[in-house]
Design a protein around this ligand. Sequence first.
Ligand code: THU
Length: 129
Amino acid sequence: MTDRELIEMAIAASENAYAPYSNYKVGAAVECGSGEVYKGCNVENAAFGGTICAERNAYTTAVANGERKFNRIAVYANGEDYCVPCGQCRQFMAEFGLDTLVLCVRGDGEYEAHPLREMLPFAFSKEYL
Ligand code: THU
């Protein structure tokens, strides 16, 4: 799968976002070790802390389907700036490896690719436990 195809899947996922409070609709598509791709969108809640981000939604869906390796994830929102994962999502994704490539996509479809390792320097991990 090309970067562009993965990005198209993230854009499609953003259309299912449930974001009545922020109106910031995020879509993610993660390509796993098996080659399968899983989509996620943000799902907000009236109790704001219950909100789940698109990235964690995609990852948890993948894990529930038996995946443990994550090659690339595309993250999209229809904004002027590149959509970047929040700190909590960076930490969540780091659990499964820092070599995952994160494609940060903006509304016009342009994107920047960053290894998760660069987005979360000095990551806390199971090695510390
Ligand atoms: N959000 C994501 O889904 N992923 C990100 O990378 C950034 C933030 C969501 C959470 C919330 O529903 C909305 O965007 C505004 O913060």
